[in-house]
Design a protein around this ligand. Structure first.
Ligand code: GCB
Length: 611
């Protein structure tokens, strides 16, 4: 009770500043806009079955002297020591989860070692980084037997410097990936999605001059109130290896920007400049500008849109205009083939569904997705909710878990802050309402605001349960948010569909997104409107939800759970679920349920909700 709360507040005061300031390892922004050497393709792999003694000592230390050495067994003569051989081992495709590539690995959670050779010719006065788009959940990286880096977190990119380890000719990289769920991980052990393991996104080698641009932020100046005549761009360019006064050029030819900035002693070149004119980004006009950055021998061109997103009372304003978000939730599950989404093809299919639905918004649940999603959303005019994998119960009482959460938040914001499509950062989903957690997430929300003062901060709340017809959302976490996500499953997990008609909600006086609502239905199953699993029943749940939601004046968005059925090992009703959460408007093989057509129409007619 009280005592515990008191202790937790004390450690927060003492431990937070130090832990939260853990610097990010190098994270190159805009890698997908640089010319790189791709390491995608076939990687040899070895399974290190739990307790993974090739990777960990019994005391839990990581071994540098086992598979990482990539030696080859002396099969024909002694002494006989090595009991592994990458050279003759089978291969997995990278990117790609391991679960859907080898039936014997389908339910495997643990360590897999990946290895591949690559040719390289080091050039003088350059630095080379291994860029890993995402690896779930922990990674340990060696190049030519040298330990290069470790990383924790399954959904954000990281870069490891390999300059000193590389040699001319054939080199090799070994990556041990551990997908074991951990109580103190983010997410923790209980999740309602499939824990796909492996090197799940693009991998490349990025060679840069010794002085290079690692990070930048170019955005429309965000001031007191929105003004349509504001053409001020502000932000910074960060140059690694730059002494104070190093010139950086920033050019946006189409907006009449051509300016030379100077770095400070930390290599940071802040700016606040006026563009001659700007066509602001919006779903109707998703205008992107070519933004050219250069310093010394390094240069990079990104595609960036400029827009103003803010909250005014209970409204959400985009470029000063009140908007209503018509969206859907989705996991990073690949349509048709299943498995983690990672390719142009996957993203094209997903956006095909969103456009077909008449959506202008998507919540990328429950973790950052492949960067192609934001790139495509930027081009196609879909707004995004982006979230860290802080789902339900995590170890809120532990300072090291707070440090992980801030780290993941940093990585997410750093990767995507230049994406106009991203309008909301979410710090969590459905966490238990108690003081330790509220303190943790309030700090985290403030941290997000500090990292990016230009976007509203949100979180998806759950509860309360209905008391009679009353639903009162008094979670104090709402105080820390700009936009409140409310998840609720009236008609599925609680009550009957028609109960929704009479429910009276009391919600914070802030913009509310109904960030999850829905019901399961198996595509192709037909029946009455009260018949569980029938498509008609799912439609019925939504019909009553629309009645209820239409009566909540501050609702500014609809985000049904979920666009597409997704794999979840907790969904074990044979023939109906078969390991899939069936709340999709579309099945995992791309077939529309009736509810898809229902939303398509509601979104086309704008018949539920007001901006
Ligand atoms: C929720 C969770 C989501 C689940 C969903 C469900 O509240 O946020 O991750 O998948 O409900 O289907 O139960």
């Amino acid at each position: 009770g009280c005592r515990k709360t008191f202790i937790s507040l004390v450690w927060y005061a003492a431990a937070l500043p130090a832990l939260a300031q853990q610097p990010l390892k190098t994270l190159l922004v805009g890698v997908d806009h640089r010319s790189v050497m791709s390491l995608n393709g076939d990687w040899h792999y070895l399974v290190d079955q739990p307790p993974a003694r090739a990777l960990y000592t019994p005391a839990g230390k990581v071994r540098d002297n086992s598979y990482a050495l990539n030696t080859h067994p002396n099969i024909n003569s002694g002494p006989h020591n090595d009991e592994y051989d990458f050279a003759t081992a089978p291969t997995l495709k990278v990117p790609g989860d391991w679960n859907t590539q080898d039936p014997t690995l389908f339910r495997y959670e643990g360590v897999i070692w990946y290895q591949r050779d690559f040719d390289f010719q080091p050039r003088p006065n350059t630095r080379t980084f291994l860029h890993i788009g995402a690896a779930n959940y922990k990674s340990f990286v060696w190049v030519n037997q040298k330990r290069i880096c470790d990383h924790e977190g399954g959904f954000t990119p990281f870069d490891c410097e390999v300059t000193a380890a590389l040699k001319p000719g054939t080199n090799f990289v070994v990556i041990a990936v551990d997908s074991t769920r951990e109580v103190d991980g983010i997410p923790s052990v209980g999740i309602d999605w499939f824990n796909y393991g492996g090197l799940t996104r693009d991998i490349s080698l990025v060679t840069l001059p010794t002085q290079f641009i690692d990070d930048y932020d170019v955005h429309l100046k965000h001031e007191g109130t929105f003004s349509p005549s504001n053409t001020n761009l502000t932000g910074y360019v960060h140059v690694v290896g730059a002494t104070a006064g190093t010139p950086v050029t920033l050019r946006i030819p189409e907006a009449g920007v051509n300016t030379t900035l100077k770095t400070d002693a930390e290599g940071r070149a802040p700016f606040d400049i006026k563009a001659s004119k700007l066509d602001l980004w919006s779903p109707e006009t998703p205008k992107l500008y070519k933004v050219e950055l250069a310093s010394g021998e390094d240069k990079l061109t990104d595609d960036i849109g400029f827009r103003d997103i803010r909250v005014d009372g209970t409204r959400i304003l985009l470029n000063g205009k009140a908007i209503f978000l018509q969206g859907a939730n989705m996991h990073a599950e690949a349509p048709y083939r299943t498995g983690r989404a990672y390719s142009d093809e996957d993203v094209k299919n997903i956006f095909g569904f969103l456009k077909d639905l008449n959506a202008n918004f998507v919540r990328l649940a429950h973790y950052p997705h492949d960067e192609r999603m934001e790139r495509t959303a930027d081009r196609e005019g879909i707004m995004i909710w982006s979230e860290i994998p802080l789902w339900q119960h995590i170890s809120f009482e532990k300072p090291e878990v707070y440090a992980k959460a801030t780290y993941m938040l940093n990585e997410m914001i750093r990767r995507d802050r230049n994406k106009a499509s991203v309008i909301l950062w979410s710090v969590s989903n459905e966490t238990p309402n108690n003081p330790t957690r509220t303190e943790f997430l309030t700090n985290l929300a403030n941290e997000a605001r500090k990292l990016d003062p230009t976007r509203p901060i949100t979180s998806a709340l759950i509860g309360p349960h209905a008391k009679g017809n009353e639903m009162v959302q008094d979670d104090p976490l709402a105080n820390a948010l700009d936009v409140v996500g409310q998840n609720e499953y009236v008609g599925w997990y609680e009550g009957r569909p028609e109960d929704a008609d009479n429910i009276k909600w009391t919600l914070p006086q802030k913009p509310i997104l109904i960030s999850e609502f829905g019901a399961e239905a198996k595509q192709g199953v037909h029946g009455g409107k009260d018949e569980r699993w029938a498509e008609e029943q799912q439609v019925n749940v939504y019909e009553h939800q629309f009645v209820m939601i239409s009566k909540i004046p501050q609702v500014r968005g609809l985000v049904p759970w979920v666009l597409m059925d997704f794999r979840s090992p907790t969904r074990n009703i044979p023939k109906l679920q078969d390991g899939f959460n069936r709340k999709g408007l579309i099945s995992e093989d791309g077939k529309k349920k009736l509810a898809f057509t229902q939303f398509q129409k509601v979104y086309k007619d704008h018949s539920v909700g007001k901006a």
